[in-house]
Design a protein. Structure first.
Length: 270
């Protein structure tokens, strides 16, 4: 059987294993970025320190007003955005070398941003723009004009397997990165690496199983945490394109950079 077909069948089988896992923790960025936290200034309790609006002229501002204005202008522009906005999405994380379109990206912005004519582009790790993102309903690939969702294709020019970390820039705002992989045909080295990965997870697994071959309930959390940490390290090292952790079902699911999938489950020895 062709190795690529075998890999695809394996991927479908493993995907089915984790179907319905609704509480997974999915990693989609090389370095997760947290929104900036702003702390409001503390107000004094001494009434003598307070200057009322009646004591200032039209052209004067109180210290409190100045502080408020400064805080507003220095606030994180992403902090007030609705959930889902400014999140770069990709329909697939892998594409074959001969894929004519490559990867399809989209990002949603606010109606005000879209109406302002703001420039939105897709950028690589070097800060170079690799594609313009548009909301024109052209189906290339934007689906609907005026829905505030900007889309583009990214077709890498590489003639060999390569990994890309891409972001969208919406004016001065930059999204969290999305990692994608251009893959070539599987070879023996790819399957050797899959066996090595399996062995690494089994070393962790063996630390927690008792003589009956099961992981006791009081050790399951520790086992899944250690397995998740290994997946995170592989992701950080660029060996994994994407991974998810489902503590409820005891699964760690990874996609190696070769396009081969692997799933670890605390209730299975396989």
């Amino acid at each position: 059987m062709n190795k690529r077909i075998l890999a695809a069948a394996l991927a479908l089988t493993m995907s089915a294993c984790i179907c319905g896992c609704s509480e997974s923790e999915k990693t989609t960025a090389a370095t997760p970025v947290s929104p900036k936290e702003t702390v409001a200034g503390e107000k004094g309790n001494n009434i003598d320190d307070v200057v009322t609006d009646d004591e200032t002229t039209e052209n004067e501002t109180t210290a409190e007003e100045s502080a408020t204005t400064e805080e507003e202008t220095s606030a994180d522009p992403q902090a007030e955005q609705e959930e889902g906005l400014h999140t770069l999405k990709c329909s697939q994380r892998f594409a074959a070398l001969d894929d004519k379109n490559g990867f399809c990206f989209e990002v949603e912005v606010s109606p005000d941003e879209a109406a302002s004519g703001i420039t939105i582009g897709l950028y690589n790790e070097k800060g170079e723009k690799v594609a313009d993102m548009v909301d024109d309903g052209s189906k290339k690939p934007d689906k609907e004009a005026g829905d505030n969702i900007f889309s583009c294709y990214f077709k890498p020019e590489s003639k060999k397997a390569a990994t890309y970390n891409l972001t969208a820039k919406i004016g001065a705002i930059e999204t969290e990165p999305v990692r994608v992989r251009l893959y070539d045909e599987l070879d023996d080295a790819d399957f050797d690496r899959l066996r090595e990965v399996t062995a690494d997870f089994m070393k962790i697994d063996a630390k927690y199983r008792d003589t009956t071959g099961s992981i006791p309930d009081d050790k399951k959390d520790a086992a899944i945490e250690e397995a998740a940490a290994l997946a995170q390290k592989m992701y950080d090292d660029g060996e994994v394109i994407e991974f998810s952790v489902d503590k409820q079902f005891g699964n760690v699911f990874i996609w190696l950079d070769s396009y081969l999938p692997y799933i670890y489950n605390i209730d299975s020895l396989e």
